[in-house]
Design a protein. Sequence first.
Length: 551
Amino acid sequence: MNNNSKVLALKYRPQTFDDLIGQEVVAETITNSIKADKIPNAYLFTGIRGIGKTTTARIVAKALNCSNGIDNLCKENFCESCKSISESSHIDVLEMDAASKTGVDDVRDLIEFSRYGPTSAKYKIFIIDEVHMLSKQAFNALLKTLEEPPEYLKFIFATTEIKKIPITVVSRCQRFDLSRIKSSELLEFIKKIKDKENGKISDDALKLIVKISEGSVRDSLSLLDRALLSLEEGKELDLNSAQKIFGYFDKSQLIDLFELILKGNETKVISIYRKIYDQGVEPKVFINDFLELLYYFKNINSLTLESTNFSLNDEEFSKIKNLSNQIDSEVLILFWQFAISSLEEIDIVSNQHLSIEMFLIRLMHLSSVKSKNKIENVEVQLKSENFVKNTETELTSKTINQIKNVAQEEKIKPEVQTEIKAENKININVFEELIEICSKKKEIKLKYELEKNVNLVKFEKNRIEISFNESLDKDFVKDLSSKLFEWTGERWIITFSKLKGQISVKDKEKNVKKKLMDEMKNSEIFKSVMDKFPDAELIDVNSKKDGVDND
């Protein structure tokens, strides 16, 4: 194949230890072990995709079999052995893809082949890529040979899933964890490739490629290949064009949107999101980028511009830093939990775009929670599993409303609240007293909610823990908190629980009524009435408070 027709990831694949980027420690350790003639029976390379596991395996095979020896390894003009290993045609270096050859029979064939010494090289080498794909039986068949192979036989394994490899295999290998490539190193690398290919791409566009590739050299070269192919002759690829090609949007738009969410400007928030959506950005990508931005807002003071993996430019970094000082951590944690729940939600809705718009609107309702004291006073604690975490349960929508109401809790001025006279204060010690006071104070709506839609879990001094059904009014927390403070002169904490709690007051009454009805139907009086009036029907039963008198 003509070298110019190859994709960049193959064209610029490292051929020697010097060509590897970001793996200097691994290269030095392996070289030293070969020089000291302390070569392990098997090497195991692990790490994310595209950082050089299989490439390093081939370079190790060259180092072991180079005709010039370890002290004079081929660097440019390859010997016959190094050249054939690069072309995957060396008779003594066998490469096997465990993803396609997973069975015990494949490994047995390998072991049978290993009985014969190398034909032209010093070592016979088996390179097994994605070794974690081998079956349990295949691994077991490999164990004995792996532990005590002939002196001429070496194994080199590569995997992205180290945890899937039996520990008995891992313990028989010299393990090397290849690190994710640093952003600065990767940027310099693709800059050199861009120059060799005579491409005109701005540094900002290259930084976007580095960000998307997440430390993978292969991914970065594939993206660079795509960018170069998209270039019009004589034109430079800038950041805006690169964002369109790769389906990413300008982070400054997201920062502006975040600022408007905090201000509660619904019209502009939705307008900016629709522009982002029109750029072809997928809802899941948008949510993940939003989560990344939340992370920066929360931790910006402990980050540097480089540690953001070129996600932000200088201006965006400064803007986030300034804005972060105006936002309480509690708000960011609330936003984070809602964003996570929305990621799950968009998988079950037919129109993901609308789901994101509703997500942004919900955030605007939460954005008014700017005072740490407010959150502590009402104490609908997000440490609890009682809220956003349970997005797949029937409580989800109601929980969101409750959090919203907490954020909008009564705005009674403190000086007014403290004017409640001591003689007018009411002591409320049990749940039944609370219902009775609602009745006396003509708070019929509150009384109805407490009796019909609330299940009591625990009632203590200044603290009520409840569960609720779907019919609970969205203003319940706000209304009850306000009235309790008005009646008692003290703040009450209302929390929600996963526990089912007691049945509602109305349900208790229904059960009592049913029991009375059943008792009456079994009484002699009822039977005698039914004998005389077969068409009669028992509609209601009343019990005297001073004792039941069924006669």
